[in-house]
Write a protein that binds this ligand. Structure first.
Ligand code: PXP
Length: 236
């Protein structure tokens, strides 16, 4: 299984002070050196974390792949066609949400999404649709011509460790098998953690996991001790 590291929250931290630190491109390089198979960023309509200049810089610097998560809007399509990331993941977007809350409703906008996917595919971008593990959405996704879906693991992650874990896990497992039977390739992501990620290995054929928040959160603790020691050393 491949790992796409979502570095949006490195940008969240940078934007808290409006300066350059922590440097998003440098974070991406470190992820790649540590074995990430791709770097994922969500260019949101309100640019609350990743900004246009970040994606432009990443596209130039990355040695792996840039996976651009974006809403189905004319603005984003134009950006993607100019930028030419290796991958695009189409996500629903509401301005007021804290993070992407549900999967894309492909079923109710099948024609619009089919039209949206075509020029991206023609430009050589591998498109995936971020959807809930729902058979109707998978059928609709197949009809758009997108080669990949990314299954939304948010519900499973919330249910992890509770009595609903198995129900939510089986939804993902069955959805992945169904999508694969239609010839779709399957990624997964959202809310995955160091504690729950092992369950993804029980789903055959998942190509890539996209994980962000929990990796960036962990990195604070993995690095905090060294950072404090270095500052102590400097002021000794
Ligand atoms: N996949 C998609 C489509 C997402 O929108 C996100 C969040 O931006 C992720 C994966 C990563 O989620 P998390 O930050 O919870 O790991």
């Amino acid at each position: 299984m491949l790992l796409g590291v979502n570095i949006d929250h490195v940008a969240t931290l940078r934007n808290a002070r409006g300066g350059k630190d922590p440097n998003v491109a440098a974070a991406a390089m470190i992820c790649e050196m540590a074995g990430a198979d791709g770097i994922t960023t969500h260019l949101r309509e309100d640019r609350r974390h990743i900004k246009d200049k970040d994606v432009n810089e990443l596209k130039k610097l990355l040695k792996t792949r840039l996976n651009l998560e974006m809403a189905v809007t004319d603005e984003m399509q134009e950006i993607a066609l100019k930028l030419r990331p290796e991958n695009c993941c189409l996500v629903p977007e509401k301005r007021e949400e804290l993070t992407t809350e549900g999967g894309l409703d492909v079923l109710s906008q099948q024609e619009k999404i089919t039209k949206f996917v075509k020029p991206l595919k023609d430009a050589g971008i591998i498109v995936s649709l971020f959807i809930d593990p729902d058979i109707r959405q998978i059928d609709a996704a197949k009809k758009t011509g997108a080669p990949f879906i990314e299954l939304h693991t948010g519900r499973f992650s919330e249910a992890f460790g509770t009595e609903n874990e198995e129900v939510e896990f089986l939804k993902l497992k069955d959805a992945a098998a169904y999508a694969q039977s239609l010839g779709l390739k399957v990624n997964a992501g959202h809310g995955l953690t160091y504690e729950n990620v092992h369950r993804m290995k029980e789903i055959p054929g998942v190509v890539e996991l996209n994980i962000g928040h929990n990796i960036i959160a962990k990195s604070v603790f993995v690095g905090l001790s060294a950072a404090v020691k270095e500052m102590k050393e400097l002021i000794k």
